[in-house]
Structures are given as C-alpha cells and as structure tokens.
Ligand binder design. Structure first.
Ligand code: KG4
Ligand code: ZN
Length: 338
C-alpha cells in the first residue's frame, strides 16, 4: 500500500505550526512561537493573526524540507478548523485551502480538541497507544475537559470548566506572585523545591465532572494581599512553598474529577494532553495513580502535548482513511463541538 503524506497546519492560537506525516509517523513537526505576547502578559488576538501571516510560509517550507518531501508528493492537507481565535484560524484555513486547490488534493478540517486527544495515536518509539474506550483529559491554557473517547471520531465531553482553564489558573496565580507570562512552567519549577502543604487553599464545590478555577485565583489573590500587608517580603521569602501549595491544590482538583470519571464510566485508561500535562506534579501523580488505583496512564511526548501540527496531522491521517474530506467552502469556527 502506498504511504499517505499529510501536510498539517495549526494556527488556532499564538503558535504557527506545520508538520508532515507519513501515515501515523511524524516526519517533521515545526512550531514558530510568538514571543510578542509575553510583553502583554497574554495572547493579543490582533498581533497573533498578523504574526501567523508572517510565519506561515516559512514554517511550512521548513516542515517540508525537514521531512524531505516535495509538495507534489503530498496526499492531503489537514488544518485546524477550530476552536480558537478567528483571525488566527483564518490564516491557516485560507492557506490550507489554497494549497489543496493548487495541488488538487483533498482538504481535511480538524477539530483542535479532537487532535489533542488523538495525538496519542502518533507512532512514537517508547510510547504506547491507548485502546478504546479511554478517558482523555485535555488541560491547557485554553481548555479543561474530560472526554469519553469511544472511537477516533466518537467522543463525548463528560466534564469541562465553567470558567477559567487550568492553564489560566496556573498563569493567573503566577501573575499574582509577580512571575512573567506564561507562569505555569515557573510554578512547576518552584513547586519542586517547596512544601505542598505549607498553605491551604479550598477546592471549589462544583457538581459532577465540571471544573471551576476562577474562585481559586481570587482566593490566592486575597491570601497574597493579606500576607504582603503583614510582611512585604512574604512572596519572596515563601515562593517555593506558595507555588507548591497552589500546584498541589490544582492537582487535587483534577484528580478528584478524574477519580469520579473513572467511577462513573468504569474506564481506567487515562490519556492526558495539552500544555499543562507537561507539569511534573501532574505527571508524578498520574504515575503513582497507576499503582495506587490500577489505572493505565498515557502521557504523550512533550512536543505533542502543547499546541502542535503533528496532532492535526494524525487526525488528518485517520480522516483520510475514512475518506472524511471537506470542500473549500468549509468555514473556521471559534467554537466547535467535539
Ligand atoms: O497547550 P498549550 O501550549 O496552549 C494552549 O493553551 O492551547 O498550553 C499552554 C498552557 C499555559 O497556560 C502554560 O502556563 C501551561 O500550559 N503550562 C504549564 C506547564 N507548562 C505549560 N502549566 C503548569 N506546569 C507546567 N510545567
Ligand atoms: Zn491546544
């Protein structure tokens, strides 16, 4: 059987990404990060779409070169249809449509949230793939979802955030502590040196499998303000302990819901994705949960957890096999169901 070569484009938020896959194997996976947003403490949509326009041609060129694939060899173009920032999505979709038309090959629209989950099906040495059904937990700066995955394209959101995403909880807490954006990785770094039980934060009471993180942020703000009023150097003197305590609380919130999801579904395979799955505390806790609760946990290679185009490509590959193609009238969507 002739191999399929898929060029995938991801531009839903601030990273411009392109990848080339040969079937389920990644030949290249290129990301241009936009440093500009650090200055603003968050993603500025207008600047993001402008940078995508500048980045997209070189990023695709590099992805094809690294894969050692010529445009004429491509079987299909996959791109992120949504969810995401409209201006950012439009850059990727317009480009994908143009290439598909020019090369006269199929166009495949991909749901970014499905892609975070199906990233686990990329062929990668040393990484096992989950079997259906399994639970997917996507935790990033934009999303917090628990998904029951019955098949490649049969997924059901069984829990999600009602306000902030878990990555926002990390980033906003970090901001309160005076740390630069994005603060999630820094909280992780300092937390490794601190006592997770030094300070107590209460977990929100949210029914069922849904999450809420905005209350935690407010709680941390009031806590820090009160302590700083007593001692202006409080944050500096206790940074490791504060970070460890915040991270501990966030992990407990995630684990409570995961345990409930396992109980309700009877499924014990857990596959995580999204930028926050890089967190060392979450990784350790899930590794322990395998022994403690008998779960099987899947944590993908780091470059496939944060926003990337390889995950768009693997969805493209599986959609191609089912001949799930789109015509050029397909529209980008800021919000889109699984
Ligand atoms: O998936 P991602 O790159 O972009 C989207 O939001 O879609 O995720 C970025 C988020 C940010 O909120 C960042 O602070 C968080 O992932 N993050 C972490 C860690 N690494 C990245 N949060 C906690 N611990 C980390 N090690
Ligand atoms: Zn994402």
């Amino acid at each position: 059987e002739k191999p399929l070569y898929i060029l995938a484009i991801e531009s839903s938020c601030d990273d411009t990404a392109a990848a080339v896959l040969e079937n389920a194997k990644v030949l290249s996976n290129v990301v241009a990060q936009q440093a500009i947003h650090e200055e603003y403490g968050g993603v500025v949509p207008e600047l993001a779409s402008r940078a995508h326009q500048q980045n997209i041609v070189p990023v695709i060129d590099v992805a094809l070169k690294k894969a050692n694939i010529d445009r004429s060899q491509l079987s299909a173009i996959a791109f992120t249809q949504g969810p995401g920032l409209m201006g950012s999505l439009l850059v990727g979709s317009s480009f994908a449509k143009s290439i598909a038309l020019a090369l006269n090959i199929p166009l495949i629209a991909v749901n970014h949230m499905q892609a975070h989950i199906l990233a686990h099906f990329i062929d990668e040495e040393g990484f096992e793939k989950p079997t259906f059904p399994f639970l997917g937990m996507t935790i990033s700066g934009g999303h917090t979802q628990i998904v029951k995955v019955n098949d490649y394209f049969d997924m059901e959101v069984i829990g999600e955030t009602t306000d902030d995403a878990v990555g926002e909880a990390f980033d906003k807490s970090a901001k309160i502590l005076g740390l630069p954006y994005p603060g999630g990785p820094l909280i992780d770094k300092y937390a490794q040196l601190g006592n997770p039980k030094a300070f107590q934060f209460t977990k929100p009471k949210v029914p069922g499998l849904n999450f809420s993180f905005s209350g935690l942020k407010t709680q941390i703000l009031y806590f820090v303000q009160k302590k700083v009023a007593e001692n202006p150097d409080f944050v500096k003197e206790n940074l490791n302990d504060i970070c460890a305590s915040i991270q501990h609380t966030i992990i407990n919130i995630l684990m409570d819901k995961l345990k409930l999801a396992v109980k309700e579904t009877g499924i014990t395979q857990i596959a995580i994705g999204g930028g926050v799955s890089a967190n060392s505390g979450i990784r350790n806790t899930l590794t322990e949960a395998q022994k403690k609760y008998g779960w099987t946990c899947f944590i993908p290679k780091f470059e496939y957890t944060t926003d990337n185009a390889a995950m768009i490509g693997i969805v493209g590959y599986h959609k191609y096999r089912k001949q799930l193609f789109n015509d050029a009238s397909v529209v980008s969507k800021a919000r889109i169901a699984l």
